[in-house]
Ligand binder design. Structure first.
Ligand code: 5GP
Length: 196
């Protein structure tokens, strides 16, 4: 985990006290070799759980989900934020309020990609207020699937998402938990894994 902390410290930029920009390795340019370690770490954390598919939301969750899926050897399903002619009309839908964009949008997953009884692992890049994760959980609920847990690369502990999900009984595994940040410093919660 030290490596993830170091990357966040060296390559991240804090905007105000709430937004962390990590587009050097996670959100714009993708450090594939590093993200492969992230994927492997999620696999280690959820070892022993039966996982039938990994569910994320476009765009920034996809890279992490794909690299983790190589270890789990399961498909990735990503919820779409935009309707298109190629998207089936038979979808599970949920509303998500975006904390970074301050807008509400619908996420959609084709019904054929999640089946009743499936055991689904949710993965995403950030956990902030938990709205994206709640939308994905709602989609699993509509599908009759079981949520195995939620794996987040970076959790901002000072925002309420993690607490809300854990209070609902969701197993949340975050690889870096930020307790506090501003333009001068970033403080982590500690307790990370050694593999990163
Ligand atoms: P939530 O739904 O938990 O409020 O926010 C999660 C989503 O918002 C993530 O999928 C991520 O794309 C985006 N997000 C939230 N906080 C941040 C942040 O500090 N930096 C970046 N780059 N994205 C964020």
């Amino acid at each position: 985990m030290e490596r993830l902390y170091e990357k966040i410290r060296k390559e991240g930029t804090v905007i105000g006290t709430e937004i962390l920009k990590v587009d050097n390795f996670l959100n714009h340019r993708l450090d594939v070799e590093f993200l492969d370690l992230v994927g492997r770490e999620f696999h280690t954390r959820f070892a022993g759980e039966q996982v039938d598919s990994i569910l994320t939301v476009e765009v920034s969750g996809i890279a992490v989900a794909v690299l983790a899926a190589r270890y789990f050897q399961v498909p990735v399903v990503y919820a779409k934020k935009h309707s298109s002619k190629t998207l089936s009309e038979e979808t599970y839908n949920a509303e998500v309020f975006s904390f970074t964009k301050k807008t509400t949008y619908q996420i959609k997953v084709d019904r054929k990609f999640i089946s009743p009884g499936d055991r689904v692992l949710i993965l995403d890049d950030f956990l902030a207020k938990g709205q994206a994760a709640l939308g994905l959980i709602e989609i699993c609920r509509q599908a009759g699937a079981t949520v195995v847990g939620a794996g987040m690369v970076i959790e901002k502990d000072f925002q309420e998402g993690g607490r809300m999900l854990r209070d609902q009984g969701v197993r949340v595994e975050s690889l870096a938990r930020i307790r506090y940040m501003d333009e001068e410093r970033i403080e982590f919660m500690g307790g990370g894994a050694d593999a990163l």
